[in-house]
Design a binder for this molecule. Structure first.
Ligand SMILES: *Cc1c(COP(=O)(O)O)cnc(C)c1O
Length: 308
C-alpha cells in the first residue's frame, strides 16, 4: 500500500466579502457573502466541510477506499473523487441512473474514481448496494449520498467560529439539510443570537425540518423557506437564470441554478419585501457548486437579461 503522509486538511477559512446593490442601500441592510466556493475548485464549498472528518475517520480506521453515492450531476461525487485523489484514497461512486457523459462524470473519471451506474430502483437501497459490492472489501469506507452524517455536521459547524464579525441573519441553501444542521450546531456552540434561514432547493421541502432535527440540533433559530424551489430540485426558470446572470455580472461571483442561485434570489426577494428589517447584517453562505451551472450552456443566449 502506498504511504500518504499528507495531513488531511485544506485551508478552509474562506473570505467574507461585502455585496453592494442599490437595493441594499435603499433598505438599509448590509449584505455579505462567505466564499466557501473558493475553498477549492473541485472540493468546493460545503462539500469539503462535509468530507473533512469522514476522510480523517477513514484514515484513522485504516480504510483506503471511499465509496459514495450521487446523481450524474452530483457536486459531492466530484468533490469525493478529487479529495480521494489528493489524499491518497481509492474511490468508487455509485451513480443513479444509466451511464451518462457530462462534465461532472468526466471529472470523476479524471480523478480516478471508479463509477458504477445503477438503475433508480436499485439505487434506493444504498446499504444494500454497498453490501452487494463491498461487503468483502475490508478497506471500504461508506460515505452517505451528499456526504450527510455526523462527521459532516462537525465539519459544517466549523464555519461559524471562522466568522470575525457578527450577523443578524445567515442564509444557506439546502439539499439534505446537513449543512444547515451543522451551521445551527455551530451557532449553538458559539452561543450566537444569529438567525439561520434555509432555502430548500427541492419542492415540498418541509421535510427538511425533520432531517435537520435528526441531527439533534435546536431548531429555535431556524426558518426554513420552501417557496423558492423554482419547480423542484435541479429545475429552474428563465426568471431565476436571468437573476443569476444579473447578479454575476454585477459582482463577479458565479451562482448555480440548483442551490446558490435560489438562495441568493430568496435573499433579494425578502429584502425587497421588507422581510429583513432595516439595520440588519446579513451573511450568505456560498456553498460552491459551479458545475451545476456548466450543465446549462444552452439556456443562456446573448440577448440582454432583464434586471433582477
Ligand atoms: C450539495 C450542495 C448543497 C446542499 O447541501 P446539504 O448539506 O445537502 O443541504 C448546497 N449548495 C451546493 C452548492 C451544493 O453543492
Amino acid at each position: 500500500m502506498e504511504i500518504h503522509k499528507e495531513i488531511i486538511t485544506l485551508n478552509i477559512n474562506s473570505p467574507v466579502e461585502e455585496l453592494y446593490d442599490p437595493l441594499f442601500t435603499e433598505k438599509h441592510v448590509k449584505v455579505f457573502i462567505k466564499r466557501d466556493d473558493l475553498i477549492h475548485p473541485f472540493i468546493s464549498g460545503n462539500k469539503w466541510r462535509k468530507l473533512k472528518y469522514n476522510l480523517r475517520l477513514a484514515r484513522e480506521l485504516g480504510k483506503d477506499h471511499l465509496v459514495t453515492f450521487g446523481g450524474a450531476y452530483s457536486n459531492h461525487l466530484v468533490a469525493t473523487a478529487c479529495a480521494a485523489a489528493k489524499f491518497g484514497f481509492k474511490a468508487t461512486g455509485i451513480v443513479r441512473g444509466e451511464e451518462r457523459k457530462n462534465p461532472s462524470m468526466m471529472l470523476c473519471l479524471m480523478f480516478g474514481m471508479n463509477l458504477v451506474f445503477v438503475d433508480r430502483e436499485r439505487y434506493r437501497d444504498k446499504n444494500d448496494l454497498f453490501d452487494q459490492y463491498f461487503q468483502n472489501d475490508k478497506n471500504a469506507y461508506l460515505i452517505n449520498e451528499g456526504g450527510s452524517g455526523k462527521e459532516a455536521l462537525k465539519g459544517c459547524a466549523e464555519l461559524i467560529p471562522e466568522l470575525e464579525q457578527s450577523f443578524d441573519h445567515i442564509f444557506c441553501a439546502a439539499g439534505t439539510g446537513t449543512t444547515a444542521a451543522g451551521l445551527l450546531k455551530g451557532l449553538e456552540q458559539n452561543r450566537s443570537e444569529t438567525h439561520l434561514h434555509v432555502i430548500s432547493s427541492l419542492k415540498n421541502g418541509a421535510f427538511l425540518e425533520g432531517e435537520i432535527s435528526k441531527y439533534g440540533v435546536n431548531l429555535q433559530k431556524l426558518t426554513l423557506h420552501c417557496n423558492y424551489h423554482f419547480g423542484g430540485y435541479a429545475k429552474s426558470t428563465p426568471e431565476l437564470l436571468n437573476f443569476m446572470r444579473t447578479f454575476s455580472s454585477s459582482t463577479g461571483i458565479l451562482l448555480d441554478q440548483v442551490y446558490t442561485g435560489k438562495m441568493v434570489y430568496a435573499v433579494y426577494d425578502m429584502i425587497r419585501e421588507d422581510r429583513i428589517p432595516a439595520g440588519s447584517r446579513v451573511l450568505l453562505i456560498h456553498t460552491g457548486g459551479l458545475l451545476g451551472l456548466l450543465s446549462q450552456t444552452e439556456k443562456f443566449t446573448s440577448s440582454s437579461s432583464s434586471s433582477a
